[in-house]
Design a protein around this ligand. Sequence first.
Ligand code: T3D
Length: 262
Amino acid sequence: MSDAPVLTTRHGAVQLITLNRPASLNSFTAGMHARLLPALEAAAGDAAVRAVIITGTGRGFCAGQDLNDPEMAGAGAIDVGAVIERYYRPLATRVRTMPVPVIAAVNGVAAGAGANFALCCDFVLAARSASFIQAFSKIGLVPDCGGSWLLPRLVGRARALGLALSGDKLGAEEAQRIGLIWQCVDDAALQDTALALAQRLSTMPSKALAETRRVIDSAMVMDFGDALTQEADTQRELGRSHDFGEGVAAFLTKRPAVFKDR
Ligand code: T3D
């Protein structure tokens, strides 16, 4: 296998992106960031890609920031805020605004920014042996990579604080039970389950899926009336799209729809 820190492979319309620094549980280095964001950008810009899976090699998904990376970690000498702005803000923003659905297939431990990178994705599938750790409190930081925004919205304030303050490990089954992730599956079934989901999503109307993510995220900070306005505005735009016409025509003629908007 290649020793590149990020691997990309195509499965039909599905782009698989694999974090590949297994000896340090796929923790983020500057070198990994230099390949990961472009890999996501390439998937976003490629009309043939209609779903993305992110996973890791070895026994970890991603242990967050590589605390040994002299370019990015270490007390005092490094401006950690600048690291966040340079690497983690673009990464979280890119995942949350992809034009196609993104699935995290969490194959093992996901800690710190690695956990929140996974939680940025639209679907989080986790192997039964995987776990999630808000490791920040143990090294004197706060949740980043979107964690402060995501955690309370996913699991409520009490659980968000419990996870973030304690830094305790949360197993995949419990993560599913409390609504932190979409699904926990047997370890051996993870990759096939993620691929099957991605393939199904790749046949769906991508633009409507991306807009669904956008309206749900935006509605969280709106009152009811504004959310209704947003729905009307978005339906007005989607209602003029190829995919809406195709979806209705396919339904009425009892044939599979062929969606193409993105
Ligand atoms: O600039 C900035 O720092 C700002 C950015 C902040 C964003 C963040 O993500 S902060 C949070 C950083 N991550 C952590 O604090 C997690 C550190 N890792 C751990 O706590 C543990 O490794 C795990 C709980 C994730 C897993 O534990 P375990 O016992 O299963 O594995 P291990 O033995 O600790 O790790 C295996 C190897 O990976 C080990 O290397 P070795 O001894 O075999 O040579 C370990 O040092 C290495 N490793 C794991 N995590 C990291 C790491 N190396 C560098 N950085 C890591 N984050």
